[in-house]
Design a protein around this ligand. Structure first.
Ligand code: HMG
Ligand code: MG
Length: 293
């Protein structure tokens, strides 16, 4: 039997959050529906963050309310604080993601808090969510490098990952926010983190600034990771990491995984059509390597 790899599709959130042009709620919903029809079972649907800082995510409540919450597909949403949690719960969220960083400068710029303050802020968010039966995923950003500080010590990443795990996050997604990692720096980081959090509870989240993301997925796979975040059409970029490009394209990851003999449950043709759909809606070509069908 083929081993299963889980892909967490982050296109509707990480992929779209930095888009300057208006994208209608209807287009976001069609994107999410097409992704689900392609076989994706984990689709990050939005973010309950300040609309002043990330205006593109301002309609996340309307997106989430329109999605079926029958459990067939998980639709996690980003939550930075209790205000975000209240709004996410009111919109029917069944899973949230809290997001910390391994870099002090990035943490300050992204969520206006030191790493320690952010962890203190996340504690009641996580506790309340868990008490309501809501799953909580944790992110650590800047796991290899930071746009403001350069290289980040693996021990620092391990400490933040451990704190989120201890809080009750079922999975920790390790974000190479700037996309500067190469397999050796990623593996050194994973060695440190896996001493603190079981590998089965880690996910890889690779941005593709230098074209290294697919190599980093492969290296992490060999190191035992079985969950990867990816963004259809390679959409994205972080508003607080200037110059950083989108996540590794979901189509490219699926092609790699199927080629290696893994099962994903994803239909590559439908996914490629979905990449065409959203790229067309944004007025450009997909940033993936897969040619149009
Ligand atoms: P702040 O300004 O320090 O917050 O923002 P505050 O508590 O002082 O409140 C100021 C105002 O924000 C108030 O409104 C609040 O109501 C409002 P005002 O009285 O001025 O009208 N506010 C909110 N509004 C809506 N939803 C909320 C919320 N909280 C406060 N939840 C805050 C702090 C964290 C809210 C802000 O900095 C923020 O929203 N940051 C968002 C950052 C973000 O979304 N970044 C991108 C996602 S992270 C990422 O992409 C990395 C990842 O992909 C992994 C990787 O690649 O590494 C996950
Ligand atoms: Mg990201």
């Amino acid at each position: 039997m083929q081993e299963h790899i889980t892909i967490v599709e982050v296109g509707p959130r990480d992929g779209l959050q930095n888009e300057q042009q208006p994208i209608s709620t209807a287009t976001k919903l069609e994107l999410i529906q097409r992704l689900a029809a392609s076989g994706l079972t984990h689709i990050e649907a939005g973010a309950f963050v300040s609309p002043k800082w990330v205006p593109q995510m301002a309609d996340s409540a309307n997106v989430l309310r329109a999605l079926p919450q029958d459990g067939a597909v998980a639709y996690p949403v980003l939550v930075p604080n209790e205000q975000g949690l209240d709004a996410a719960l009111a919109a029917g969220a069944r899973e949230i993601a809290i997001f910390a960083a391994a870099s002090e400068s990035f943490s300050q710029r992204n969520i206006h808090a030191s790493i320690a303050e952010s962890l203190r802020r996340f504690e009641p968010v996580c506790a309340r969510a868990l008490a309501e039966g809501i799953k909580v995923r944790g992110y650590v950003s800047c796991v290899v490098g930071c746009p403001y500080e350069g290289a980040i010590a693996p021990a620092q990443v391990a400490q933040v990952a451990r704190a989120l795990h201890d809080m009750g996050c079922y999975e920790i997604s390790l974000g190479d926010t700037v996309g500067v990692g190469t397999p050796n720096t990623v593996l050194t980081m994973l060695d440190a983190v896996s001493l603190q959090v079981p590998v089965a509870q880690l996910a890889g989240h690779f941005h593709d600034t230098y074209g290294m993301a697919i190599a980093n997925v492969y290296a992490s796979l060999r190191a035992g990771l079985r969950t990867f975040d990816a963004s259809v059409a390679g959409l994205g970029g972080c508003p607080y990491a200037r110059g950083a490009s989108g996540n590794v394209a979901t189509e490219d990851v699926v092609y790699l995984l199927h080629g290696l003999g893994y099962h994903t449950g994803i239909d590559l043709t439908r996914l490629t059509d979905t990449a065409q759909f959203i790229a067309h809606a944004l007025g450009r070509e997909p940033a993936s390597h897969r040619p149009a069908p």
